[in-house]
Ligand binder design. Structure first.
Ligand SMILES: [Zn+2]
Length: 530
């Protein structure tokens, strides 16, 4: 076995096929930065020919300096019966201007004859010519052999001939796709082994999770000699999803000592998974291996007792290795060390036994019970700590606000306007603003009123707004959690609000965003004098 495994993330392409997932260009760029920082080697981002959104993405991603990852565009072999040069889909891949191109092609004879309806020979030509075309353009080319395992089981000679055509065309890596997701780990091992023994180029695996065995299949392929794993970081994808890379990386790097990402990045595994979930606006399963909230949560009394004496009595790895935390669900000390480190950022004199620590933990528990979650909202978290430590003062007082939503007759659009009255040091300010929706209007009106007193708020704008419905069981009284991301061009911060009323939840998050900015600027200004 090699001691390095190449991690290839397809969240932006295969992941985007999942039900309920839709990425904006902004979301995609954020995911790229997150994956790159974590140390993933390849990020696959779709086909620029498929829509203008993708074209904009490829244009903007070029301008980002990536430390670890290469961006790959993804497309099919040329269509049957035409030359590569004539194929507009192939040509459109070039417009992405990426260093890496992934070409998928058929390796199952049944798909060739019955689905794309061409001859077995023509399919091999399609693979070889398409790959050669991109190699001649100076690209690194990865070949994804679609349905390879089903194809091999049906007609091993033909499946191998498809790989040989790719190698002849100049493939830098041949990837065996377990497209239908139903193969067993022992089959994957046997078949991958044959491929590794036959070809000299690196071999990869691309498993889907329809049988619940994608991780096992990826691991077995690696055991058989594959050195490249394609999946999505937190496992979402069409149907039952792609292989979950956060689990694969945890297993290979910690248990098999195979380097998937730079070793010092392993402590960021949990944070990376949660950040991607937040950007994708999906709930990360609590029980997700390594990174889930409950992955190291102990509830039973005997288990807690055991873990307190020796953590490995009930834990397969130390949660700190992947940046997760041990939680004792019935105990008072839940997450104390993590919270303490955050408290000490505000006041280094506070210790774990200080009464303030208990006060803050109690307050956080109370808020979590109400539906707050601070994983993606560090700034609200910091404000709560400040409030409990007395390192906070309100910057303004709300007198009242009013929001009007209008749908004028004969007009296609809804419009919203907001009126806000605030007081700062007894001085009142009243303003109104229009916006693309009630929250946007409210944000504009509030900042306009406060800019009179705090001109530095002029630089602030919202970059993201996300709403998640909680308590889905009782739909009538459903609570919403609103996450707001703001920037002043220098920093980015995220705040959170929870309420049964979406406007109120947004207001709470908006106020936190503004207060965080004002505190941040004051601290910066006075730091040199402290
Ligand atoms: Zn796939």
């Amino acid at each position: 076995m090699a001691n390095k495994i190449t991690i290839f993330d397809s969240t932006l392409r295969d992941g985007a096929q999942a039900e309920g997932i839709s990425f904006s260009v902004e979301d995609k760029l954020k995911i790229v930065k997150t994956l790159d920082e974590f140390g993933v080697a390849y990020i696959e981002a779709g086909n620029p020919g498929s829509n203008p959104k993708d074209l904009e993405f490829f244009d903007r991603v070029k301008k980002i300096h990536l430390k670890n990852a290469k961006i790959a565009a993804f497309g099919s072999t040329r269509r049957r019966g035409i030359s590569v040069e004539e194929d507009s889909n192939v040509q459109s891949l070039l417009t992405a201007d990426t260093p890496v191109v992934v070409i998928f092609g058929k390796s199952w004879d049944f798909h060739v004859t019955d689905i794309i309806k061409t001859s077995l020979e023509e399919n091999l030509e399609m693979i070889k010519e398409t790959l050669r075309f991109f190699k001649e353009k100076g690209k690194e080319v990865i070949f994804d052999a679609e349905h390879f395992f089903d194809g091999y089981k049906a007609n091993p000679d033909y499946a191998m001939a498809a790989l040989a055509a790719a190698v002849e065309g100049g493939a830098d890596c041949i990837v065996l796709c377990e497209t239908n997701g139903g193969a067993f780990p022992d089959e994957v091992y046997e078949i991958t082994k044959k491929v590794v023994e036959t070809f000299k180029v690196p071999v990869g695996i691309h498993p889907h999770n329809d049988g619940g065995m994608a991780v096992a299949n990826a691991i077995m392929a690696v055991k058989a000699g594959a050195t490249h794993v394609q999946g999505t970081f937190i496992g979402f994808g069409e149907r039952c999803g792609n292989v979950n890379l956060s689990t694969v990386i945890g297993n290979l790097q910690l248990k098999k000592k195979l380097e998937c990402v730079p070793q010092e990045q392993m402590v960021n595994l949990t944070q990376t998974a949660r950040r991607i979930a937040e950007i994708a606006n999906v709930t990360l399963s609590d029980s997700m291996p390594y990174v889930g909230k409950s992955a190291f949560a102990h509830k039973g009394g005997m288990h807690i007792d055991g873990v307190s004496k020796a953590s490995h009595s009930f834990e397969h790895v130390n949660p700190e290795l992947v940046g997760n935390e041990r939680r004792f669900l019935m105990s008072e000390v839940a997450g104390r060390s993590t919270i303490l480190s955050k408290i000490q950022k505000v006041n280094p004199d506070v210790t774990k036994d200080s009464p303030e620590t208990k006060l803050i933990i109690d307050r956080l528990k109370e808020l979590e019970h109400l539906g707050y979650q601070f994983e993606g909202a560090e700034s609200t978290f910091e404000l709560i700590i400040r409030k409990q430590l007395g390192k906070y003062r309100p910057f303004f007082e709300l007198d009242h606000f009013k929001i009007i939503g209008e749908h004028p007759a004969g007009n296609e659009d809804f419009s919203s306007s907001a009126m806000v009255k605030v007081k700062v040091d007894g001085k009142a300010e009243i303003t109104a603003a229009e916006g693309d929706g009630p929250v946007n209007a409210l944000d504009k009106a509030l900042r306009k009123a406060l800019e009179v007193f705090y001109p530095n708020l002029k630089d602030v704008h919202l970059t993201d707004y996300k709403v998640r419905v909680l308590d889905t069981k009782e739909a009538t009284a459903a609570k919403v959690r609103v996450l707001i991301e703001s920037t002043d061009g220098e920093d980015i911060w995220t705040t959170v609000g929870v309420s049964t009323d979406i406007i109120e939840a947004s207001w709470i998050a908006l106020v936190d965003s503004i207060e965080y900015k004002l505190i941040k600027d004051i601290e910066k200004k006075f730091k040199p004098y402290l």
